[in-house]
Design a protein around this ligand. Sequence first.
Ligand SMILES: Nc1nc2c(ncn2[C@@H]2O[C@H](COP(=O)(O)OP(=O)(O)OP(=O)(O)O)[C@@H](O)[C@H]2O)c(=O)[nH]1
Ligand SMILES: [Mg+2]
Length: 329
Amino acid sequence: MHLRTFAIKNMSEEKTQPEGIGLPDLPPMPAGAEYPEGHKAGFVNIVGSPNVGKSTLMNRLVGENISIINAKAQTTRHRIMGIVNQPNWQIVYSDTPGVLDPAYKLQEGMMKFVKTALQDADILIFVTDVYEDAMAHEATFDKIANMDIPVFVLINKVDLEGQEVAMKRADYWKKKIPRAQVAPISALHNFNVDTLLDSIVARLPEAHPFFPKDELTDKPMRFFVSEIVREKILTHYKQEIPYSCEVVVEEFREEPHIFHIRAEIRVARESQKMIVIGAGGNMIKRVGTDSRKELESFLDKKVFLDLYVRVDKDWRNDESKLKRFGYFD
Ligand SMILES: Nc1nc2c(ncn2[C@@H]2O[C@H](COP(=O)(O)OP(=O)(O)OP(=O)(O)O)[C@@H](O)[C@H]2O)c(=O)[nH]1
Ligand SMILES: [Mg+2]
């Protein structure tokens, strides 16, 4: 099912959708629903260091741009589910933030998503890339190495290095997790991804679907709107700015020919507000124009985007604010 169809269908349900949580309440089996004998379903959770290509892989596997992708590290801040359905199986993928040692509360929240993803996985996909010679976060790696579920170690970005490097990395990871399936991939160029899907399906446990068969994600429409704007912030600003911004969609209203969207960029300090706005508003204009264009293509309709910048003092360390933004339960 196409994301657009999903989005429009689910818009009225937005308020009931949980945001930024680990596992949603599992829906009861629809009355009278029957699934083929031997139906398979499971949570296939994607974890790894920052910037190795987890979200790129997730989007490939799901076939839709569910997660934002950016060359800067710490692009993904939430656990985002992408569901793939076939008559005989359902895979619930989870993209997660890159693993790091939290330096502030927001990052603590991000790492909680990783922790839950490690706990509820039926199958784990550990993504690394041709440049990573060992996982920096050893405690997380120890957990992964000792899991008793199927584990894939995928060495991504093999398009950037020769086969020799890929082989060397494969040897290293195979020694570290002897029972894992280790494979080189290129999520960007779709190399080895189809084979991966076959291997995942082969290892899925027998279960009824966890979500209705026409659902694509656990996240509401507003979430994707804020993520699109946040991606433009990652693209247009340097240094600490993208890491100090949160995007809050204050209004999201559909009319027959247009969406009215009002979004606020929350920054942690007054000085950051000046930078985000830019001289004569030139920077915020760029972010606004780029965001609007992408939102129009995503929503398949004209968009009127009202973008504001507001200081939300030290929001990254304020747990009640982070809760409101969906980082803590
Ligand atoms: N050359 C190449 N680049 C890739 C590949 N996969 C991802 N990338 C690039 O790597 C960068 C990071 O990709 P993401 O998918 O955002 O990485 P991530 O692991 O989700 O990053 P975080 O969410 O920040 O932890 C982007 O610039 C991607 O285009 C690949 O197979 N080959
Ligand atoms: Mg990501």
